[in-house]
Ligand binder design. Structure first.
Ligand SMILES: Nc1ncnc2c1ncn2[C@@H]1O[C@H](COP(=O)(O)OP(=O)(O)OP(=O)(O)O)[C@@H](O)[C@H]1O
Ligand SMILES: [Mg+2]
Length: 333
């Protein structure tokens, strides 16, 4: 049984007038890739930032617990969190150009991480930076270490971000849409690299993405979020072959890339009408206004998550059926 690395329990994140993440619970096991999917505005990035304790100033964790490696992160002070961030939990962001310092060579930027967490400086830091550039498959690393971000392609800049993130061999890497800004062939290379590093460094990855093709190829388990809540959780095979929540079904039906691979997906592409609306003050299922199966009772309360197995949860009482879960071999993609 794989050990639990991170447990998020009933996390609610609030701004003064909204709670964009509500009662969110999920866990990450050592060494696995957990994908979090959901459309724009569903609260994925805020969740990631809460794990790092880097929420925007106006936002706060209203309630919940974040247990990482047996410690409640919300109980740590700023110094303890600084110590942990970048060393035990690291994060890579969507747009590497805005995350890298344009006036500092990439070697020095990687060196800053090593200086902060491993007390390396000077020649030792430079040598380690070169090793890390090699680790992320940057060709001619000895020369490239002195380059500035603008001298690198988008894919290479993202590799540098990954090098900085894994510099201290974190146990958990949070990748928030790490390849959205890259073209498709480079996306696959970067995701392959992340997966290889996950295995080599034995780290867990939380992979935040819009892209269901990415989920199918790289995730061990999937959490589907809608309007700040978890609406479904499954293994990828279960999710793509037998999605239970009406939102997940809509999401898959709107996805062109998976149509030939999974038998749920046949027929024309369809959209989910409407958009995520702020549910402030609303009662009932947040997906109700867009759900073609909504009934009067959906307005009474937020549907609780129904579990068939610990990994198969759905927040809708009207799914067609909660079938017996086929054996794992059948589900592997
Ligand atoms: N600094 C902020 N001030 C006010 N509201 C915010 C702020 N940051 C995020 N929000 C709101 O919180 C909600 C969730 O945002 P979040 O960035 O987590 O979404 P997301 O799922 O990451 O979306 P995307 O896929 O577009 O990145 C959105 O409705 C967003 O408008
Ligand atoms: Mg986001």
């Amino acid at each position: 049984m794989t050990s639990l690395l991170l447990q998020v329990e009933n996390l609610t994140i609030g701004f003064p007038r909204a709670e964009p993440v509500r009662n969110l619970s999920f866990e990450v096991r050592a060494g696995e890739t957990l994908a979090i999917v959901g459309e724009s505005g569903s609260g994925k990035s805020l969740t990631a930032l809460a794990l790092m304790q880097l929420l925007p100033r106006a936002a706060a964790v209203i309630s919940g617990r974040i247990i990482f490696d047996d410690r409640d992160l919300l109980g740590l002070d700023a110094r303890e969190m600084r110590h942990l961030r970048g060393r035990d939990i690291a994060m890579i962001f969507q747009e590497p150009m805005t995350s890298l310092n344009p006036v500092m060579s990439i070697g020095r930027q990687i060196g800053e991480v090593l200086k902060a967490h491993e007390k390396l400086s000077g020649r030792a830091a430079r040598e380690r930076a070169i090793e890390l550039l090699k680790l992320v498959r940057i060709p001619a690393a000895e020369k490239r270490v002195d380059d500035y971000p603008h001298q690198l392609s988008g894919g290479m800049r993202q590799r540098v971000m990954i090098a900085m993130a894994v510099a201290c061999r974190p146990k958990l890497l949070i990748a928030d849409e790490p390849t959205t800004a890259l073209d498709v062939t480079i996306q696959a290379q970067v995701l392959d690299l992340l997966d290889t590093l996950r295995r080599e460094l034995q780290m867990a990855v939380v992979l935040i993405t819009h892209d269901l093709g990415v989920v199918a190829q790289w995730a061990d388990r999937v959490v589907v979020m809608y309007a700040g809540r978890k609406v479904e959780q499954a293994l990828p095979g279960e999710l793509f072959n037998d999605p239970l929540h009406p939102y997940t079904r809509g999401l898959l039906s709107a996805s062109p890339r998976l149509k030939h691979d999974f038998h749920y997906l046949e027929g024309p592409l369809t959209e989910i009408s409407g958009s995520i609306v702020s549910a402030a003050g609303e009662v009932g299922c947040p997906f109700r206004p867009r759900c073609c199966q909504a009934r009067a009772s959906c307005g009474h309360q937020v549907p609780p998550l129904i579990a068939q197995t610990p990994d198969r949860l759905v927040a809708c009482p009207f799914t067609s059926s909660l079938k017996a879960v086929p054996d794992a071999a059948h589900l592997s993609l």
